[in-house]
Write a protein that binds this ligand. Structure first.
Ligand SMILES: [Zn+2]
Length: 145
């Protein structure tokens, strides 16, 4: 699909970063590129681990890199795989996205040929667990005491 120049640039960065994937177990290489609201690009690839549980997806790698660089506001993320149908972010990644993405943040799904679809974050995780639930829990605890 045709995308804005900013997204095309993010796509190229995600596609290139995918090649850095450390995925000796699944052989499933994923690249991601975040676009910050300040116009920067922050990339990530999946990094697998022999423990399996220590594996980090490309989307989370990019988000954690961004946070560690004090970038906390994002307009878009492009995710590139070579799957027959471009892969959606996993539930772990959606939960981490919920911490930092706006409902309107766009998630572009792509393969090695180009961007295939775009989704607003709120459509992929319409009812995220977030800080409001923690506030509610504390309010309930105080009432009981
Ligand atoms: Zn994931």
């Amino acid at each position: 699909m045709k995308v804005a120049p900013k997204i095309a640039e993010a796509y190229e960065k995600a596609r290139t970063t995918r090649l850095n994937s450390y995925s000796p177990y699944s052989k499933f290489k994923v690249g991601a590129a975040l676009v910050t609201k300040s116009g920067k690009f922050i990339t990530g690839c999946n990094v697998e681990n022999a423990s399996y549980g220590g594996t980090v997806c490309a989307e989370r790698t990019a988000i954690l890199k961004a946070i560690s660089e004090r970038e906390t506001a994002f307009s878009d993320i492009v995710v590139v795989t070579d799957a027959a149908e471009p892969a959606f972010p996993c539930a772990f990644c959606l939960q981490v996205m919920a911490e930092f993405f706006d409902p309107e943040t766009k998630i572009y799904l792509a393969d090695t040929e180009g961007v295939r679809s775009v989704h607003k974050f709120k459509s992929l995780l319409p009812k995220p667990f977030g800080p409001m639930q923690l506030k509610t829990a504390k309010a309930t605890a105080k009432k009981k005491n």
